[in-house]
Unconditional design. Sequence first.
Length: 174
Amino acid sequence: MRKRSVGVRAWARMLGLEKTVVEAVELDEHDAIVVAVRPRHGQRDRCPHCRRRCPGYDLGEGRRRWRAVDLGTTVCYLEADAPRVECKQHGVVVAAVPWARHGAWFTRSFEDTVAWLTVNTSKTAICHLLRVAWRTVGRICERVAADAEQRRDLLAGLTKLGFDEIAIRKGHRY
C-alpha cells in the first residue's frame, strides 16, 4: 500500500471544498483555524447569479472570511480575496466562490448542515451546537431552499390539480 503525504488536500477534503485551492492553514489570535483558499483558475471571475465569466471590476473590500463547519471543538473559517466583477446582465457584483452561496457568510457545507439539523433537531440544539443565533438559522434555511428550488422544477410533470372543498359565504365565493 502506497502512503500519501497529508497536507492541503486533506484540509480540502475535511472541509468539503471542491474546485478550490488551499493555500495555507493557520491559527488566529482566538485559536480558531483559518484556512486561506482561492478558487481554481476556471472558477475565478464569475457572476454569482448567471455563473458567466466576467471582467474584473476591482478588488472589493479585500480579504473576507466564511464560517466553516467546526473541526471538533475548534471554530474554523475560510479566508479569501473577494474581488468584484462587472456582469453585463447583473452589473457590478462580488465574484462567485465555489465554497459559498452568494451573500452568505458561511460555507455551503455549513449551511447544508444547518438546514439538515433544522429538520431533524430542536432550535436550542442547533444554536448551541453550531454557535449561531436562531435568526441566522432562518436566513441560512432561506438560502438553502432558494438554491434547491433553482436546481429543480417542483411542478415538472404536473398534469392535473385537484381541489378538496368549495366554500361560499356572503359576499365571498371560494
